[in-house]
Design a protein around this ligand. Structure first.
Ligand SMILES: Nc1ncnc2c1ncn2[C@@H]1O[C@H](COP(=O)(O)OP(=O)(O)OP(=O)(O)O)[C@@H](O)[C@H]1O
Length: 980
């Protein structure tokens, strides 16, 4: 391998693109001071990866870019390419030529590296030249400065070139990498061990908690399996019983409707009968009047007959025709008076009759008003009765707490003998009617929780329940309950959400002392308008909160949904409100009934007054009837007398003619027939009325019986409705428990828990399991998952820990192996160089002796190199004590000794022989020649002796000021150029 070519462009004084071609052997570069010779060795060093700006004789890296001259402006980029011949594959790269390029841009100080024009990293270049002898501390580039400082360097500073010669650089690098890796492994191991220690501390308590949680879950599973079956059975029984009750209520209702219809029908029939009787009375009255008239008529006619007969006799015996005419005239005057009186009485009779009719109409009107009023009162009484029954049911639910569990009722009964019982949560809360459904849903089972002042009060109450076997209850001690609320960021999400109404606790009123309980139970329950918004809001808050709607649907924590209808269930709040309303309704109905009764009383008084007036009118009417009859009789008497007189006159004529008798007899016969017909008709109507009276009595009897039956049915219905309400409450409690405790619908539970159970045994099992679960105390369910997580993590980390320990051991072993190799190679190479050094020294100095020494023989890996030399005729002394030329010659001896032991393919020597005298330059040049078969030399020199040994000479000039140009020159020109 050798350097074939250097291409420079923009590097230091090489402003223009310059190509310098080399060949194996010795190439000399000559020229006057400052013309840019050393810039060539800088360029080679730069391409081979030099990072030290100082080594490149600059103050920062961009100083390598041509920075302009009098006639040339500065370049923006510097680029140098070294082209190596690699046909012998000395460089581990499968190409005949290897081009290594480095570029630097002024604008951004950005560097680029290329191998065979392919971009690469600096590391790739360093790896490529490692072990080729072109490395950083190799002998490939040696300047005059290196030679003069060699003697004055510290022993440790000389070590690098020996290492390079021994080829241990790559082991040193690998060792450094291994040490770094070891440190990282140790750090990782420390960290993993810390975590393992921490996890070991957690595992034991977590295991205990996990085992307890597993027992709890096992018991809970058993409890669920039995208790859900019990609940399903209870619900089944209650549903069947409720169905029976409903059927029974339906049939009672039907019966009630039928009886009410019958009563109405009977009442109507009764009224019709009464009307008929009244009409009959009226007819009989009328007929009696007619009968009276007819009888009078008969009497009259008979009287007339007698009179006529008498008259006739009398007339025939006594009648004086003239006297008769005088009496007729007198009688006419009397008749006129009688007519006037009669007309007057008839008018008064008619007036009285009209007044009587008016009074009768008023009486009728009054009677029907009273009847309507009575009916109204009766209806109101019925409603009042129903409302009172409902009030009893509600009082039973609200005040006697029949809907609450046995335990809650027991505590509330014994409230005064226990301390600190504030009340049942449901009773302590109030809200507006529109929020009651949502509140009931939000509270769910908590509506029956009992609020106490302290934890101690709750424990005493539980002790009381246990002692007296009075059931179970849940307690909320005010001083223990922690208020809950929405997280601030979730609250902000909610407030910007469609349909968000607020937090449930904002919609209730309660005593100040239970605020912590209310906020605990309702402070983190969200109220929204619709189920759609509830679902969306639940998702937006990661299902961390219970969200209820105004209609009582729920999106539970975790995202499950509960909803639908529950027609028989009414909340405690609704019952309370209904009780208040029904109480008000009862008061107003009682008032209305009293008011109507007073009105009925008034109508009754009015009826009595009307009856009184009517009686008076009837009496007046009856008197007037008699008076009119009398007056009529008088009139008729007068009339008849007058007529009798006129008649007698006519009779007299008729008697005389004999025509009068037959007509009167006919009239009398007709009158008698009429009287008899009327008598019969009256008799028939009286019999008919009597039958109506009997019928009426029977109807009244039926009505009394029907009303009594109706009352029985109503009372039975009330009793059944109370039972129904109780059973519905019980059923609702069971359904609530299924929902709240087991998150199941009844239908689901019925399908899943079909086993036949003995209720007594099952309930006892439930009690025992609950006791076992209670006696477990606090259970951390999360522990199962946490234990799994922690133990898995511990196992993983522990295996990592073992891996790291193994890795650490392997690295340490590798480091030991590398140390052994380095010690062995370094020692071997050192010995060889030491031997060669003595030989070369003796050649260059013409005798004497020289020796290399370890400055720290016990630490071969780090020892420095000391040099002891003894030139001919002088004492052994340390290198530092020699003259400049001697020092240079010693350094060159060492250089050649190393080259003997470890030849390098290429070596640039930059004025290394400058301090030697002419004889020594010649010896130096001879050595170059000797080594040039195995090493390519590029020498920058001013010395003729060196130039003479060169195979090829380049002259460096600056024809254009500040810009280096290289030309091939002959030896003579070179000597001239060096001297210029
Ligand atoms: N970035 C740069 N731009 C332009 N010129 C530069 C830049 N860096 C260095 N130079 C020039 O390069 C020259 C130094 O070159 P170099 O040290 O290679 O000279 P030399 O031929 O080795 O001299 P000597 O024989 O004295 O050692 C100086 O003239 C310096 O101005």
């Amino acid at each position: 391998m050798y350097l074939k070519k250097i291409e420079l462009h923009g590097f230091k004084s090489f402003a223009d693109k310059s190509v310098i071609e080399f060949q194996p052997g010795i190439t000399g570069i000559v020229g006057p001071n400052g013309c840019g010779k050393s810039n060539i060795s800088d360029a080679v060093r730069w391409v081979l990866g030099e990072q030290s700006v100082k080594s490149l004789r600059g103050s920062n890296m961009s100083d390598v870019i041509f920075n302009g001259s009098e006639d040339r402006k500065a370049q923006s980029v510097a680029e140098v390419t070294l082209v190596f011949d690699n046909e012998d594959r000395f460089m581990n790269f499968d190409y005949n030529e290897v081009e290594i390029t480095r570029r630097l841009y002024r604008q951004n100080n950005e560097a680029e590296y290329l191998i065979n024009r392919e971009p690469c990293r600096l590391k790739d270049i360093i790896d490529l030249i490692m072990d080729t002898g072109l490395g950083r501390d190799s002998l490939s580039i040696i300047s005059q400065g290196n030679i003069s400082s060699f003697a004055d360097s510290k022993p440790e500073e000389r070590r690098g070139m020996f290492e390079e010669a021994a080829g241990v650089a790559k082991y040193k690098k690998r060792k450094l990498e291994s040490i770094r890796k070891l440190e990282r492994t140790k750090d990782n191991l420390d960290r993993v061990e810390d975590i393992c220690l921490e996890l070991e501390k957690q595992i034991a308590p977590l295991r205990r908690q996990k085992e307890k949680a597993e027992v709890y879950l096992e018991l809970k599973d058993q409890l669920q399996s039995i208790e859900v079956s019990v609940l399903v059975k209870e619900i089944e029984n209650l549903s069947a019983s409720l169905k029976e009750l409903n059927d029974s209520l339906d049939s009672l209702d039907k019966e009630k409707v039928t009886i009410e219809g019958q009563i109405l029908l009977n009442e109507q029939q009764n009224e019709t009968l009464k009307k008929k009787m009244y009409d009959l009375d009226q007819e009989v009255n009328g007929l009696q009047g007619q009968l009276l008239t007819a009888m009078n008529n008969v009497n009259e006619l008979e009287t007339q007959k007698v009179e006529i007969d008498t008259n006739r006799k009398h007339i025939l015996e006594n009648t004086d025709k003239e006297d008769l005419q005088a009496r007729i005239a007198q009688m006419r005057a009397i008749l006129q008076d009688a007519v006037n009186e009669y007309n007057d009485r008839v008018n008064r009779y008619k007036e009285t009759k009209e007044e009587k009719l008016d009074l009768e109409a008023a009486q009728e009107k009054n009677r029907s008003e009273m009847m309507a009023l009575r009916q109204n009162i009766e209806n109101l009484n019925l409603q009042l009765h129903n409302n009172r029954n409902r009030r009893e049911q509600l009082v039973d639910i609200v005040e006697n707490k029949s809907g609450y569990s046995y335990g809650v009722r027991s505590i509330m009964k014994a409230k005064d003998s226990l301390s600190g019982i504030i009340g049942v949560l449901g009773d302590l809360l109030e809200s507006d009617a529109q929020y009651e459904t949502a509140l009931t849903t939000a509270l769910a089972g908590a509506v029956q929780f009992i609020v106490t002042k302290t934890d101690q009060d709750a424990r005493e109450a539980i002790h009381f329940l246990k002692e007296n076997k009075s059931g179970r209850a849940t307690f909320l001690p005010v001083e223990v309950m922690k208020p809950r609320s929405l997280r601030d960021d979730h609250l902000m999400v909610c407030q910007n959400f469609d349909g968000y109404l607020g937090v449930m606790s904002d919609f209730v009123r309660y005593p100040q002392e239970i605020e912590s309980v209310v906020l605990n139970q309702l402070g983190n329950i969200i109220l929204v308008d619709t189920l759609k918004h509830a679902s969306a809001l639940s998702r937006a808050t990661f299902a961390r909160y219970k969200v209820v709607t105004m209609d009582g649907e729920v999106v539970n924590i975790g995202g499950s949904l509960t909803g639908g209808t529950n027609k028989s269930q009414s909340s405690n709040f609704a019952s309370k409100r209904e009780l208040e309303m029904i109480k008000e309704t009862i008061v107003s109905q009682e008032k209305e009934i009293n008011h109507k009764k007073a009105k009925l009383n008034e109508l009754d008084n009015l009826a009595r007054e009307i009856s009184h007036h009517l009686l008076q009118k009837q009496m007046s009417f009856a008197k007037l009837e008699v008076v009119v009859t009398n007056k009529k009789s008088e009139l008729q008497v007068a009339k008849s007398e007058y007529e009798s007189l006129t008649h007698r006159s006519v009779e007299l004529s008729e008697i005389e003619s004999g025509a009068q008798d037959n007509q009167l007899i006919n009239e009398l016969n007709e009158a008698k027939k009429l009287r008899d017909r009327l008598t019969e008709s009256i008799q028939a109507k009286r019999e008919l009325r009597m039958s109506f009276v009997n019928e009426n009595d029977k109807l009244e009897e039926t009505l009394r019986a029907s009303r009594a039956h109706l009352r029985e049915i109503q009372s039975e219905m009330t009793q059944k409705q109370v039972n129904k309400a109780k059973q519905e409450t019980e059923l609702s409690n069971y359904l609530l428990r299924l929902n709240d405790e087991y998150k199941m619908t009844y239908e689901f539970a019925k399908e899943e828990y079909t086993q036949e159970i003995n209720m007594g045994e099952a309930k006892e099992n439930v009690r025992l399991l609950r006791h076992k679960i209670d006696s477990l105390g606090n259970v951390n369910l999360q522990a199962i998952e946490d234990y799994q997580e922690v133990s898995t993590r511990y196992e993983t980390l522990n295996s990592q820990r073992l891996d790291l320990i193994n890795a650490q051991d392997s690295i340490l072993k590798a480091i030991d192996e590398m140390d052994e190799i380095m010690i062995s190679r370094f020692g071997e190479t050192f010995e060889k160089i030491n031997k060669e050094f003595n030989i070369v020294f003796r050649n260059l100095f013409g005798g004497g002796k020289a020796e290399l020494r370890y400055s720290d023989p016990d630490n071969i890996l780090e020892t420095g190199i000391d040099i002891d030399v003894q030139p001919p005729g002088k004492a052994v002394q340390n290198i530092t004590l020699f003259s400049g030329g001697e020092k240079a010659l010693i350094a060159i001896s060492c250089l050649f000794a190393i080259l003997r032991v470890r030849p390098v393919p290429m070596c640039i020597l930059d004025e290394v022989e400058a301090a030697l005298d002419v004889a020594n330059v010649e010896r130096f040049a001879k050595y170059l020649r000797e080594f040039s078969t195995q090493t390519q030399f590029i020498v920058v020199t001013h010395r003729e002796g060196t130039m003479e040994e060169c195979d090829l000479l380049y002259g460096a000039t600056m024809q254009q000021k500040g810009v280096t140009k290289l030309v091939s020159v002959k030896l003579k020109d070179a000597i001239d150029l060096a001297g210029a």
